[in-house]
Design a protein around this ligand. Structure first.
Ligand SMILES: C[S@@+](CC[C@H](N)C(=O)[O-])C[C@H]1O[C@@H](n2cnc3c(N)ncnc32)[C@H](O)[C@@H]1O
Length: 269
C-alpha cells in the first residue's frame, strides 16, 4: 500500500469499501482508497451506465435545495447521510441564495467528519455530526442540532440516497416518522432512492451492493412513497427519475440506469 493510502485518522477501515468513499470515487472525487476504487470499478466496468446514478442524484439534490431556499420559507436543513463531495454541497447551494441558511450534516463515515471539519472551519451556520441516521434521537439531542435548528420553524430533512441503505428490517419508514414528529407544518422531507421499476438491472445492482456491503435496496415507487406515511403532501412532479425531477434540461430519452434512481419532495401538512 502506498503511503498516500494509509488511513489518515483512526476509524477508517481500509479493507472494506465504504459507501461514502465509493460514492466520492464514482463522482470523480479524491476522498477514497484502493478498496473503494476497486468496488467502484465494478459498476463502471461491469455495469456500464450505472455510474450516471450518483450524478443524477446530486443534480436533483442541488435543484431541490435551490428550490427550497428560493421558493419556500425553509432556511434550515438536516442532511442525513450527507457524504461530502467536493462541490455544491447543501450548505454551499443554500447559502449561495440565503446566506443565513443553517445546515446540520450527519454521516456515520469518519471521512465525512474529517473532510467536513476542513470544509466548514469558518462557517458558523453549518455543522457536521458523526452519527448513525438509524439513531435519530442522538441526532436530535446533539448540541449542534439544538444550536442550529429551530424546530418551531420549517426545516428540510434530506434523505438523499440514504434510505435505500436502510434495510427493511431496520424500519426506514419509522425514521421518517421520527422526524415528522419533530418538524413544524410547512417543513419538507426530501427523499432520493434506488428505484427498482422491476428492472432486472436493479436486481443485479442490488446483488452487488448487498453482497459487498450488506445494504442497498431497490424499492418500487409505491414502497418509496409509503416511507412518508400520513400527514405529507407530495409536491410536483411526484416521484420521478432523479434526472427528470424539476429539470428543464432533462434529456428526452433517459439511459436505462437513469430510471433506477428516483427523487420526491413532500411537505408536512
Ligand atoms: C450514496 S451517499 C449519498 C450522499 C449524499 N446524501 C448525496 O445524496 O449526494 C450515502 C451516504 O449515506 C451515508 N450513510 C449510509 N448509512 C448511514 C447511516 N446508517 N448513518 C449515517 N450515514 C449513513 C454514507 O456514509 C454516505 O455518505
Amino acid at each position: 500500500m502506498a503511503d498516500a493510502e494509509k488511513p489518515p485518522y483512526p476509524g477508517f477501515d481500509m479493507n472494506k469499501p465504504s459507501i461514502a468513499r465509493t460514492y466520492d470515487y464514482l463522482l470523480g472525487g479524491k476522498d477514497n482508497f484502493a478498496v473503494d476504487r476497486a468496488f467502484g470499478d465494478r459498476f463502471i466496468n461491469d455495469l456500464p451506465g450505472s455510474r450516471q446514478i450518483p450524478f443524477d442524484n446530486r443534480g436533483a439534490l442541488i435543484r431541490a435545495v435551490r428550490e427550497l431556499v428560493t421558493t419556500t420559507p425553509v432556511r434550515q436543513f438536516i442532511d442525513l447521510g450527507s457524504g461530502l463531495p467536493t462541490a455544491d454541497n447543501v450548505h454551499q447551494v443554500a447559502q449561495r441564495y440565503a446566506p443565513e441558511a443553517k445546515v446540520v450534516y450527519v454521516d456515520n463515515d469518519p471521512i465525512v467528519l474529517a473532510h467536513g471539519r476542513a470544509l466548514l472551519a469558518e462557517n458558523d451556520n453549518t455543522a457536521v455530526i458523526q452519527a448513525d441516521l438509524r439513531d435519530p434521537k442522538a441526532i436530535l439531542d446533539h448540541p449542534d442540532t439544538q444550536r442550529l435548528i429551530d424546530f418551531g420553524k420549517p426545516v428540510a430533512v434530506m434523505f438523499s440516497a440514504t434510505l435505500h441503505h436502510v434495510n427493511d428490517d431496520e424500519d426506514p419508514a419509522g425514521l421518517v416518522r421520527f422526524w415528522y414528529d419533530q418538524i413544524a407544518s410547512g417543513s419538507h422531507v426530501f427523499i432520493s432512492h434506488f428505484r427498482s421499476e422491476n428492472d432486472p438491472r436493479s436486481q443485479e445492482l442490488e446483488q452487488v451492493l448487498q453482497g459487498s456491503l450488506g445494504r442497498g435496496r431497490w424499492r418500487t415507487d409505491e414502497q418509496i412513497l409509503a416511507l412518508y406515511g400520513d400527514g405529507f403532501t407530495v409536491l410536483e412532479p411526484g416521484i420521478v427519475p432523479s434526472a427528470e425531477w424539476r429539470n428543464p434540461e432533462a434529456p428526452d430519452d433517459l439511459g436505462d440506469y437513469q430510471r433506477l434512481i428516483a427523487t420526491v419532495l413532500a411537505v408536512k401538512d
